[in-house]
Design a protein around this ligand. Structure first.
Ligand code: HEC
Ligand code: HEC
Ligand code: HEC
Ligand code: HEC
Length: 357
């Protein structure tokens, strides 16, 4: 006689095995990153790390150039930011920029070969501004990038346009909808918030605008300090992006027993706080003003230019290029030069956010 209970158990068991087969193979690595018993651990899959290793490798530095002789600004006709370099150093910087941003096209990606002084190519105009943006990151935002700093390669990695960037979402059509504006929620498949049912553009309010990044209310009763639900959802969307962009869990920056509490958070959260302000500044001071010159195919569905988020530099690791010191070989990108650049918010290293807020 057939024992239906046994069969049912066997089927359930088999289904369990099949389900588990979808899980990752064992031998994950776990690193403790907080006090014992707080669950502050980082779990990494060594196979995924190995597969992506080349993305996080810095290219070899070019040989240093001779710093003697006349300056580029004296020899060339239309040099506005790198004029203090010797002609040798200037040429070396041009070769590095070609390798980092346009390895396939080379010099002609930015230059009219008949006249290198000509500014008619938009890529050259953008590149000049990018030099100033890179200098600003390295000089003004040390509270985030430290002495490690960034070069063009940190974002571009040999691509004309960085692979990791964001565009605003076009406003959702409200006409004929029962529930009005859904704020971009429930759009499965949106990578920005890890496919969760969250508003999928947490960038416009936080990485362009200056909305407060809050979930926790400051008082027990719902008075003025209550945080609107929309803002809480945006906040979670941004947090998921930050975790994925850095390839870390929430506990890299939070003790999850009290997310809002700065005194219980690891120091990385302070670095992240400066990072949020830096990204806002880059998008407002450098990216958005470049919009009007860009050809239509470079703009997003809402007509906006590609903008920077955490993944643009980090690309899935907590220190871009695993902390490679590329800037040391390119001092021309370490401090501002050319026409002065205004920054909307200046980070003061050492000054940190206080209290639970
Ligand atoms: C990613 C864009 C980009 C690439 C690629 C590039 N350049 Fe440039 N180049 C610029 C910018 C921007 C300037 C202006 C710099 C300034 O204003 O300080 C410039 C200026 C110059 C000038 C000065 C011209 C003048 O008379 O004003 C020369 C020469 C030059 N580049 C040579 C090269 C060479 C050679 C290569 C290839 C090895 C190259 N560039 C690749 C962006 C680029
Ligand atoms: C913080 C990240 C970041 C850094 C650092 C950076 N860029 Fe960019 N760059 C971007 C983004 C994002 C875009 C896309 C904007 C757009 O659509 O043109 C871009 C676009 C460009 C473009 C226009 C490409 C095109 O075809 O439209 C050029 C040229 C360029 N960058 C050159 C440089 C150079 C040269 C450096 C170093 C001096 C540099 N960038 C550093 C983020 C960065
Ligand atoms: C890379 C660091 C980092 C990671 C990873 C991170 N956070 Fe945050 N989180 C921050 C920072 C910084 C703030 C404060 C932002 C500000 O005030 O500008 C914050 C704020 C918050 C807040 C708001 C607290 C309040 O005051 O109301 C919550 C809730 C939160 N994070 C949850 C999470 C969750 C959940 C995750 C994982 C999905 C996560 N965070 C991952 C850095 C991080
Ligand atoms: C312009 C490039 C760039 C962008 C954009 C950027 N970062 Fe970073 N970040 C860096 C560099 C470079 C370092 C390494 C600094 C060092 O080595 O001291 C770093 C370090 C960090 C660290 C410390 C790592 C650790 O484990 O101690 C955190 C946390 C961090 N970034 C968070 C963020 C967040 C969150 C964002 C987006 C809001 C962001 N970063 C955007 C370049 C960037």
């Amino acid at each position: 006689m057939i024992n239906f209970r046994r069969v049912a158990l066997a089927v359930a068991g088999l289904a369990g095995v099949l389900l588990l087969a979808g899980c990752e193979r064992p031998s994950m690595q776990t690193h403790q990153i907080g006090f014992r018993g707080t669950g502050m651990e980082q779990v990494v899959n060594p196979r995924i790390v190995a597969a992506k290793a080349s993305l996080h490798e810095a290219p070899a530095a070019l040989e240093p150039a001779d710093s003697s002789g006349p300056k580029a600004g004296q020899i060339y006709q239309n040099v506005k930011v790198l004029g203090d370099l010797s002609v040798g150093e200037f040429t070396r910087a041009m070769i590095a920029m070609s390798n980092w941003v346009a390895p396939e096209q080379g010099c002609v990606y930015c230059h009219n070969p008949a006249n290198f002084a000509d500014d008619s190519m938009q890529t050259k105009v953008v590149a000049r501004r990018m030099v100033q943006m890179t200098q600003t990151i390295n000089a003004t935002w040390k509270g985030h990038v430290g002495d490690t700093g960034v070069t063009c390669y940190t974002c571009h990695r040999g691509n004309n346009v960085p692979t990791q960037k964001w565009y605003a979402d076009p406003p959702a059509p409200t006409a004929g909808r029962l529930l009005g504006n859904d704020n971009g929620q429930n759009k499965a498949g949106k990578q920005s918030v890890g496919n969760a049912s969250l508003p999928y553009d947490p960038f416009t309010p936080f990485l362009l605008g200056q909305e407060p990044i809050r979930v926790t209310a400051t008082t027990a009763l719902p008075v003025n300090a209550q945080v609107p639900l929309k803002q809480a959802e945006w906040t979670h969307g941004l947090m998921i992006h930050m975790s994925e962009g850095l390839g870390v869990g929430c506990t890299h920056c939070h003790n999850t027993r009290a997310f809002a509490e700065w005194s219980q958070s690891p120091p990385a959260r302070i670095t992240a706080w400066h990072g949020i302000r830096m990204v806002r500044d880059l998008n407002n001071q450098f990216m958005v003003p470049l919009t009007s010159g860009q050809p239509a195919e470079r703009l997003g569905p809402a007509g906006d230019i590609a903008k920077v988020n955490c993944a643009t530099c980090h690309q899935g690791v907590n220190k871009p290029l695993n902390g490679a010191q590329m800037l040391k070989a390119h001092p021309e990108l370490a401090k501002p030069s050319g026409p002065p650049v205004k920054t909307s918010e200046v980070s003061v290293p050492g000054v940190q956010p206080t209290g639970g807020r």
